[in-house]
Design a protein around this ligand. Sequence first.
Ligand SMILES: NC(=O)C1=CN([C@@H]2O[C@H](COP(=O)(O)OP(=O)(O)OC[C@H]3O[C@@H](n4cnc5c(N)ncnc54)[C@H](OP(=O)(O)O)[C@@H]3O)[C@@H](O)[C@H]2O)C=CC1
Ligand SMILES: O=C1O[C@H](COP(=O)(O)O)[C@@H](O)[C@H](O)[C@H]1O
Length: 471
Amino acid sequence: MGSGEWCLQKRDSFKSETLVGNETVPEIGCLSIIVLGASGDLAKKKTFPALFHLYCQGFLPPIEVHIFGYARTKISDDELRNRIRGYLVSERSASPSKDVSKFLQLIKYVSGSYDAAEGFQMLDKEISKHETSKNSLEGSSRRLFYLALPPSVYPSVCRMIRRYCMKKSNLGGWTRIVVEKPFGRDLGSAEELSSQIGELFDEPQIYRIDHYLGKELVQNLLVLRFANRFFLPLWNRDNIDNVQIVFREDFGTEGRGGYFDEYGIIRDIIQNHLLQVLCLVAMEKPVSLKPERIRDEKVKVLQSVLPIKDEEVVLGQYEGYRDDPTVPDHSNTPTFATVILRIHNERWEGVPFILKAGKALNSRKAEIRVQFKDVPGDIFKCKKQGRNEFVIRLQPSEAMYMKLMVKQPGLEMSTVQSELDLSYRQRYQGVTIPEAYERLILDTYDPCPFLSLKYYCLQCLPLQLVGLDKR
Ligand SMILES: NC(=O)C1=CN([C@@H]2O[C@H](COP(=O)(O)OP(=O)(O)OC[C@H]3O[C@@H](n4cnc5c(N)ncnc54)[C@H](OP(=O)(O)O)[C@@H]3O)[C@@H](O)[C@H]2O)C=CC1
Ligand SMILES: O=C1O[C@H](COP(=O)(O)O)[C@@H](O)[C@H](O)[C@H]1O
């Protein structure tokens, strides 16, 4: 590759193998992806678009794949297709409108409740019909159930899947379930949920996902921290003054009040997305990239977090939140929160980790801002111009930049703050960065050979560990 040219390494699809007893069996059966909660926000904005991107790249060959939507809302196949059509945009498609139409034809919709046999029996019938039409051998079919639903219905949905939608899997087939955050409301409910799901499915069948772990620059954190000599000696309390991890969104609940009001911004964003990022910023080097080893280091960070002080929490609710018809009139659910976490260990003692998240703010941004301490003995008197900062912008427009002091070009010896800027759009021109959900979903049915399975699907982080469960 010549200098200045960059490309995104393309990942080849390959035929996975699955372990049946002591033998590995190739996965040859057809694949059904079932999106439960297909009428919802996540399904429309993230799940179906991610499936579309995978389709455009050849990771969902129509010859072996079918997609099902399931929810209570009574709509036809075409109505579901029309709801999601506008969200299907792919820079990787040579003929977008043709691809959209072909992709939408792969989708079938089944309506039913989340706790009654009838709907799931109907769903099973439709999936089986598709498997038969693809001549999939009994025992070889793969079924991926994606729960784009509030966690309150996970247990009943899992019971229904277990009872009515499981098939033999002795010829390389499998049934997997994907569950979203927030995983319960607090430690007690998370543990209860875990044991309820654990009674129905084996651990390798369960994927608990947090899509922030699939974002390009969150993925980059491990590389950045542990493959660069110059960050190693600086990444500690001697040099870092504070770390800010910020999520801002410029829209409100938009009809999702039924889900959001039950959880609030802390459970929706801070406990999962921002804590996962905090763990990657603060943890020690794991002994390998195995998911269990990364999890071990994250848990150590969380166990070192001190109970949060009331005076280090700010909560708020945006004006107009209660005007959303899906939000109860007297709700006091926070839509904004700032929380300071303090990690009581050798590396981070005294360094505040400031976590901020808010909906309906004036801009959309997610970033990590590492602020360094002032230089001791400042002979240039440049403190007022700002400190060194290292910023990792997760979105929009992925970038990393370092704010640093330089000499103002010219005859005088004066200082000015400038930036070393690695903006991805500029640096990796022509490269399309995958959406977080693309990676996550692909890994649930076609694990990457270079990374361990479940790399992105780490255990949930209990709220109680950091005392967030009381809010
Ligand atoms: N939206 C997003 O951007 C993201 C969401 N998530 C997670 O995905 C999950 C779903 O989120 P989202 O799609 O936004 O939520 P929605 O509020 O849109 O709910 C999804 C669907 O679930 C059904 N539903 C909603 N509330 C209830 C309820 N109380 N009981 C039973 N069914 C209900 C509805 O379908 P019907 O009535 O037709 O059955 C709805 O269309 C959540 O756990 C969320 O944290 C994760 C990442 C991003
Ligand atoms: O998990 C969630 O994330 C989305 C924001 O995701 P992003 O990738 O667009 O940053 C948020 O809107 C939603 O409330 C929450 O459930």
